[in-house]
Design a protein. Sequence first.
Length: 285
Amino acid sequence: MKYFVLLFVLLVTFRGNAQITVGSTGMAVVSGTPINVNGLLLTPATTLTIVNNGIQKSSTPLANNPGINRLYQFSAPLRFSGIVGISYLPTELNGYTESTLQVAYTPEASANLTVTTSSTVNTATHSVRNRLTDQNLYVVTATALSDLSPIVYARPTSVYGATPFTVVVDVVELNSVASRGTFTVRVTKDQKLNLVFDPGLTRVNNRPVQNSVWSLNNSNPNYYILTTSQSVAAGDKLSFGLNGSLSPGASSGVITISSTVLPTSVVEARLNNNIDADKVEYFQQ
């Protein structure tokens, strides 16, 4: 026989490092009824049944999946649809900027954190929440996403006749969170430009680059496509450079060289700052 939700709510209101354990008789939580397990808020979208499971609060982030100094671990993965939220203390932010927090969870033991997007943060009540649909919850915590943005340096900016030319792209991390996963940078091609990529270079036009961690796909007629799985350190940058020449021919005008960061497996905090461009004026000799 299952207990009523009222009994469940009474049982899960506790302090400190206490935990909840639900036995074989199970508990049912009616759809839309919020329950709070020492700061972990669950509001199921459908009736939630918990059988032979428990929830333990910890102040130690996962070793390979950093987050705030507050996480909740179930004894066994819990299938859940609805709103998941965490209330935390400002002292538990673990260096993260509060306004950038996202609800994060692992579906099973030893799995990497799945970081949600579009979580709602309330900096007045120090809480973050998001809606999940039909997901397994094993560990629930909060963390932040990296934010990558490119900066293009096309040099020289004025060209008279055929001239040696370089393009360097810095991919900068803006959210003080190291990136994790693979991403691509796409750089526009132009008929007047002939550029090559040398994976052995460490400087291009006296700017430091890390060409060795990038791979070039030059098969696209419109773009140089460079890909890396190297992490961009928190608040740091990862760069590559192309060398070649610009030949204006018998014409004058402006070339716009743009770069776009395209996440492959990286999940970013924002996607509206993933493009940058530099302009070059060219003149016939």
